[in-house]
Design a protein around this ligand. Structure first.
Ligand SMILES: [Fe+2]
Length: 362
């Protein structure tokens, strides 16, 4: 059904990017988004000050390590911010990999700090982060994969209204969920052709390997243990390693399962082609209520995959439209505005979105 829309004031201005960057990556012209205090709590520089070389140097000399900055009016942070944060986090987590391969415990405090930092950044920048994960052609390492899955899991958590402490627990668990893969030979993990039975069997042990590593490290809580052990379990019992069902699978593990599958299907992997976003969304939705938690899949599609409100999309009839509302029961079929009319795609089965042209455009 086509309904005339009287006003287009639904379209908010684009969201301003807001990032916490190491001070060495802060550029002249960026604006402080939060006040900078020294160790004693004295104000060094208030928010809204535009930084220049002199003030950046002064803040660095006063001991500031990171700054929350914004650069409204420029696309630099929106486009580069998530990438910079991502690279820094992967670099910080290298030690987790190194220690694990050596059979030693990693520094739990470090991962806690990274989780806290990542949560803080994603809750204010979810679309640029989701977009970065989506646009990436490949994940070059297990660490990169774990950070991608963490980003997506936090975005789902935010859409569910989860509090920050729980988000941090979720993030910690997600940042280490595939740690067991560090014990599996690289040739098997990166094999470009189909795996044989024994290789598949070994790979399917990685949740148990990970759990065994984590349970021997002080300070790792039950959420991280659950996520690591259960992220490949499926509601209908078809998952691994234990084939557990529905209520035996923890809430956090169900979230991570969806984010994990999504990152796998949107990337090209050896013998498998990369799925376009709308196909990936349809594929996930087909599993909702069967292998994946239905309401979490809906939340995921609405917040990450599908078509956020204000995104510009192309329909299969060639029309360019703007997303103005989502349908919880049909996440891949939102309400769009095109050519002066509002179209509810859930009521128009022959019209569907083929492409996202831009997110959060004005
Ligand atoms: Fe995994």
């Amino acid at each position: 059904m086509f309904v005339k829309l009287l006003s287009v004031s639904l379209f908010k201005k684009g969201v301003v990017a807001l990032f916490s960057l190491p001070i060495d990556q802060v550029l002249s012209g960026m604006k402080l988004a939060k006040p900078v205090l020294n160790m004693q709590g004295t104000l060094l520089l208030d928010k809204d000050n535009v930084l220049d070389e002199k003030s950046i140097t002064a803040l660095r000399n006063a001991g500031a390590k990171r700054l929350w900055v914004t650069d409204e009016g420029s696309q630099f942070l929106k486009e580069q911010g998530p990438q910079k944060v991502f690279q820094e986090i992967v670099r910080q987590l290298e030690t987790v990999k190194e220690k694990t391969i050596l059979g030693k415990s990693f520094d739990v405090n470090l991962v806690n700090e990274v989780a806290q930092e990542l949560v803080e950044q994603i809750v204010v920048n979810e679309t640029p982060f989701a977009e970065m994960v989506r646009m990436k052609a490949a994940e070059n390492s297990i660490l990169e994969h774990m950070v991608d899955v963490s980003i997506l899991s936090i975005i789902i958590a935010k859409s569910l209204g989860m509090d920050k402490l729980d988000m941090r627990f979720l993030c910690f668990g997600t940042l280490v969920h595939d740690i067991g893969q560090f014990l599996i030979p690289r040739e098997i993990l990166n094999k470009p052709t189909q795996l044989n039975d024994s290789e598949l069997k070994l790979i399917r042990k990685h949740p148990q390997f990970g759990y065994d590593i984590l349970k021997n490290i002080d300070g790792v809580n039950k959420h991280a243990l659950n996520i690591t052990l259960q992220h490949h379990e499926r509601l209908d019992g078809s998952g691994y390693p234990n084939g557990i069902k529905v209520n035996s699978i923890a809430h956090f593990s169900r979230i991570v399962a969806i984010a994990d599958i999504y990152t796998a299907i949107i990337r090209e992997k050896g013998y498998r082609r990369r799925l376009p976003i709308y196909e990936a969304g349809e594929l996930l939705w087909a599993q909702a209520g069967i292998t994946l938690d239905r309401s979490l899949t809906s939340a995921f599609l609405n917040s990450v995959v599908a078509f956020p409100i204000r995104s510009t999309v192309k329909l299969n009839n060639g029309v360019v439209a703007k997303v103005i509302a989502q349908n919880a029961d049909f996440p891949m079929r939102p309400v769009v505005y095109a050519d002066g009319e509002m179209v509810d795609l859930s009521e128009n089965p022959t019209v569907f979105i083929t492409e996202v042209i831009a997110y959060e455009s004005d």
